[in-house]
Each structure stands twice: as C-alpha cells, then as structure tokens.
Write a new protein. Structure first.
Length: 358
C-alpha cells in the first residue's frame, strides 16, 4: 500500500503540472539555452534524469513524452531520438533515489535501510552520472547524422492556468523540502522521521484541497498503472507464498547474494515479469540471507537499468510509447534494443565497478 499511495500522490502532482501548462513553461525555461541537438539531448538526459529522482520515472514518462515530441516537431529532430533520450534519462536518473521508481521504493520501504536517501546517493549517484553521459555518447553514435550544428531558438510557452500552476509549484517545493528534511535529520541525529509515502501525499494535498479543478486532476491520473501495480503485488505475493520461486532458485544451485548474480538475475528476469514484481520476489530472499546495503543497492540498480535493455523491462518505457502512439509516433522493439543492449551492458559494468570499490 505504501507504493500505491506514493504513486497516487505523485501522479496527482504530474497531472496538475500538465493541466496547468506549467510543465510546458518549465520545459522552455529548462531547454531555452540549448543551442544545438547535442545540448538538447544532454539537457534532457541530465534535466529529466534529475527530475525523475524526485517525481518518479513513471510520472516523468507521462509528462515528458508530449514535451519531447513537441521539441522534435518544432525543430525537425527525429522523434525516435528524443523518445529514446527520454526513456534512458528517466530510467538512469531514477536509479540513485529511493523515490525515483517503484522498485527503489520497495527496497527503501521494506529493505530495512536506516537512511534510504543517503544510502542510494552514496552507492549510486556517481555511477549514474557516468552512465547518463555514456547514454549520450551511444545516442550520438547511432544518430550521428542528426547531431548537426543548427541553432535551436525555443519560443516561450505561457502558463494556461496561473492558479493551478502556483499550487503545482507549491507541491513540487514540498517534495524537495520534505526530502531535504528527511536527509538532514539523519546527519543532524534528530529523531524526526516519516515514511516516504507521506512525502507524496503531502505534495498532492494542496492540489486536492485548494484547486477547483481537483476532479479534472484526478481524472488525468494514470489509474490503469496503479491497478496494474496493485494486481501485480497480489500475484507476486501469491507466488512467494507458494514457494515456487524459492524452489527454482534452490534447484539452480547458485549463490544469488553476490553482486554479479544480483545484476544478472534482476536484469534478466525483469524482462519476463517486470522489475517491480521481480524486486518483490527477490528482496525477501536477499534479506533472509542477511545481505548488506551494497547488495540491496545492486538489486535496485539492476532492476532499474533492466528498463534500458528492452521496452518491456520497465513500465515507464511502455508509458512513453503508449503516449507517443496517441500522437502518431512510436518506437519498435528493435529500434529500442539496438541501443538498449550495448547501453545496458555498459551500465552493468559501471555500477558493478563502483559497488566493488565501495
């Protein structure tokens, strides 16, 4: 329920950002300094990557798709290039944050971490920066003919609903402040703690209480994704209770607690049962074996970068393609995998090296 409530709160914030026009306005402010395709791709990778660490990658998938398609149409950039950039940005950008994606949230809530934010940042922040830049290099290699030096002059996008935009801005500020307070409490040794779920619910509260468009906001929430996750949690709990997964691992006669094994299992199986249920099944076995924080961070990173391998590796990829197809654009399985496979292999290597050093 913690994950479902957190997602609900963040989806409400994402809906308000889109309805108010504040999202388009923020996009202009963020990307107006991009004078070339190189700069635009880097800004999307690092800008939306950072945003997904706070707003969750599924939220950024919903609100980011129309933004990158609008940019592609306005400046003659292939939509596929920017859709891939968005997908890799929000997948990688969500890795070093316990609220970056649902599987990280599961690790943070149920993994017994003393300070989830500091643990994720300490183990995963630097390798994530390296992997975001590697994603840029691979995109430039595969789409090199489109990285031409042409000036990009962005036009301003006015806010359509100033009142709702103000409330959405307050909600975003609340998310950032509550995260900073939670992190600071650990370093200050203060007995001030609250669940991650309360961050999202507190952010959604101003919109649901004070906005006259609250019904419209709730109507734009991605309820189907919430139902999907809730149903999947029920299914995975039943699989766990049956003992089937435990028997399969036991019959395989392999040590599933080492960092390389965790990366191999989490990336591979996430393609079959998706990353969130994979973590729901795998983490209890790791905790039962008494693993350290490092192994839990490997599980979080591996299950997340699984979304870079194939389209079905992450719900955020599916959300991007579903929203793109509503506007007449799409990505095929092979178009995604052509870049996703080498990117994921390098991602695994980078995270494994950093975790081995720490």
């Amino acid at each position: 329920m913690d994950v479902i409530l957190f997602l609900s709160g963040m989806f409400v914030v994402g809906s308000a950002l889109e309805l108010s026009g504040y999202l388009s306005h923020l996009s202009y402010k963020s990307f107006k300094k991009a004078g070339s395709v190189d700069a635009l791709v880097l800004l999307i990778l690092f800008g939306l990557g950072l945003a997904s660490a706070f707003l969750m990658n599924d939220t950024c998938a919903i609100i980011g798709t129309p933004v990158v398609l609008a940019l592609a149409g306005k400046y003659g950039i292939p939509p596929k290039l920017l859709l891939l950039t968005l997908a890799f940005a929000i997948t990688l950008g969500s890795v070093p944050s316990p609220i970056g994606n649902p599987q990280n949230l599961l690790v943070a809530v149920n993994g017994g971490l003393e300070s989830p934010f500091t643990a994720f940042l300490w183990f995963l922040f630097l390798p994530t920066l390296v992997n975001l830049f590697i994603a840029y290099l691979l995109l430039k290699f595969f789409y090199r003919e489109h990285f031409r030096r042409i000036p990009l002059n962005l036009s301003d996008e006015p806010v359509s609903d100033a009142g709702l935009a103000r409330l959405a801005r307050i909600s975003m500020i609340l998310v950032v402040l509550l995260v900073l307070v939670k992190v600071s409490a650990v370093f200050l040794d203060r007995n001030l703690d609250y669940g991650l779920t309360y961050i999202a619910l507190a952010a959604a509260l101003p919109l649901l209480v004070f906005s006259p468009r609250r019904r419209e906001i709730l109507g734009k929430v991605d309820w189907s994704t919430l139902v999907f996750f809730a149903s999947m949690f029920v299914l995975m709990q039943s699989v766990w209770d049956s003992g089937f997964f435990q028997e399969v691992i036991e019959d395989a006669a392999m040590d599933i607690t080492t960092v390389p094994a965790i990366f191999m299992i989490s990336v591979g199986l996430s393609q079959l049962i998706s990353n969130v249920p994979l973590v729901a099944l795998y983490m209890p076995m790791l905790l039962h074996a008494g693993v350290s924080t490092k192994e839990l961070m490997a599980l979080a990173a591996g299950s997340t970068i699984a979304g870079n391998l194939f389209i079905l590796g992450a719900a955020s990829n599916v959300i991007i393609i579903q929203n793109a197809e509503k506007k007449g654009e799409t990505l095929t399985f092979m178009e995604f995998a052509k870049i996703g496979i080498p990117l994921t292999l390098v991602n695994i290597l980078v995270y494994w090296l950093f975790l081995s050093i720490l």
